[in-house]
Ligand binder design. Structure first.
Ligand code: GDP
Ligand code: ZN
Length: 356
């Protein structure tokens, strides 16, 4: 038996590159010379610029506008510019967008420079026309965990075609989609179920909500907790009321911005992540973006696959290039006839196929 000092490892010296970013950030606070009167200041202001030190912090980009970025770090927000080197390295995609995880160095209290952009887990992007017929990826939000599709049961009336279109965009982008059915108080639960249960059956979570009765608010708060969520839905469905019920003051500027765009005014939209005060944190992305994503670039095979309930039948039609619209011995149409695929969803599928 050892009787000497307890078996606790000695703290490791602060070797560059051998320490996790979070640990580095903390090391920055505890290292350095004797404290001065700066000790009395808030933690954020206590860190002096340390040239040549691995004084990096990791953070999430909350706001991006004209080359300036607000980065949320564990020690508060830092206004950052971009290292010139990054502009050269990342030519074929947007350099830094909201939702990006970045490594920054502090240049003065509350000010910094983005040094690295960490790999994106997911992205909500649209393809923008580039030079000479090429396409450029226009990333709207990085590291999106889920998309909340807000649809009213009534006032405005439920539009399944539009919901199906959004679901195709989510499937194509590889993003989780959740449906929030608002204003349940206007139609009653039975009718609300009749409208949205077909979506639950094919695996999309549906939250039934009403800001009048309070139904579903806790559920919405719970699904937002700790995640980066894109929230979308047309004006009037109750987005603002819902988000305000989830967290007072939580509001999206998106509606106002799109209204201005429709009037033909050229307003620069500022994309933003709004922090949540839920226990696990999280963010709601304020971007009108998803509405502007076109589906024209989708091949017929892509579209088939984006209707998830079609997948078991794909490859089982008599004709190899079956469009599932008019051919005989079509496995998809048989499934519709047998009630295994919702006729409403099939209708959306046919319309999207014709649209492209
Ligand atoms: P947004 O345009 O999507 O942000 O929608 P708003 O939150 O501004 O709501 C549009 C209208 O619907 C307002 O008159 C709200 O009072 C009303 N509204 C919102 N949520 C509900 C609800 O759950 N039930 C009912 N009956 N009305 C609602
Ligand atoms: Zn077919």
């Amino acid at each position: 038996m050892k009787t000497g000092k307890p078996d606790i490892p000695e703290p490791q010296p602060d070797r560059e590159g051998a320490i996790l970013p979070e640990a580095r950030a903390r090391a920055l606070v505890v290292s350095g010379a004797a404290p001065t009167e700066a000790e009395a200041q808030p933690q954020e202001d206590r860190v002096p610029p340390l040239p040549g030190r691995p004084d990096r912090l990791v953070g999430t980009v909350l706001r991006a506008q004209s080359g300036f970025f607000r980065v949320q770090t564990e020690r508060g927000p830092v206004e950052c510019t971009l290292r010139g080197r990054l502009k050269k390295e990342r030519r074929n995609t947007d350099i830094v967008v909201i939702g990006d995880q970045v490594e920054i160095s502090l240049v003065s209290p509350g000010r910094g420079a983005i040094e690295e952009v960490l790999p994106r887990r997911t992205r909500l992007a649209r393809r923008a026309a580039g030079t000479r017929g090429a396409y450029k990826e226009d990333v709207l939000v990085a590291n999106v965990d889920q998309v909340l599709l807000i649809f009213a049961c009534d006032a405005p009336p439920f539009t399944p075609r539009m919901l199906d279109r959004y679901l195709v965009i989510c499937e194509h982008s590889g993003l989780e989609a959740l449906i929030v059915a608002t204003k349940v108080d206007l139609v009653g639960m039975e009718r609300a179920h009749a409208l949205f249960a077909p979506y639950a059956r094919i695996g999309y979570p549906v939250i039934y909500a009403s800001t009048v009765s309070g139904l579903g608010i806790d559920q919405v708060r719970a699904v937002l907790d700790g995640k980066i969520s894109v929230v979308t839905g047309k004006s009037g469905v109750g987005k603002s009321s819902l988000l305000n019920a989830v967290q007072p003051g939580l509001n999206l500027a998106t509606g106002a911005v799109s209204a201005q765009l429709n009037k033909g005014r050229h307003t620069t939209t500022v994309a933003e992540l709004i922090p949540l005060t839920t226990p696990g944190g999280g963010y709601v992305a304020d971007t009108p973006g998803i509405r502007e994503i076109g589906l024209w670039q989708l091949s017929p095979e892509d579209l088939d696959w984006c209707f998830r309930e079609l997948r078991p039948y794909l490859g089982h039609c008599f004709f190899a290039g079956c469009t599932h619209v008019h051919e005989p011995d079509c496995a998809v149409r048989s499934a519709v006839a047998a009630g295994a695929i919702s006729p409403e969803r099939y209708e959306s599928y046919v319309r999207l196929r014709e649209e492209r």
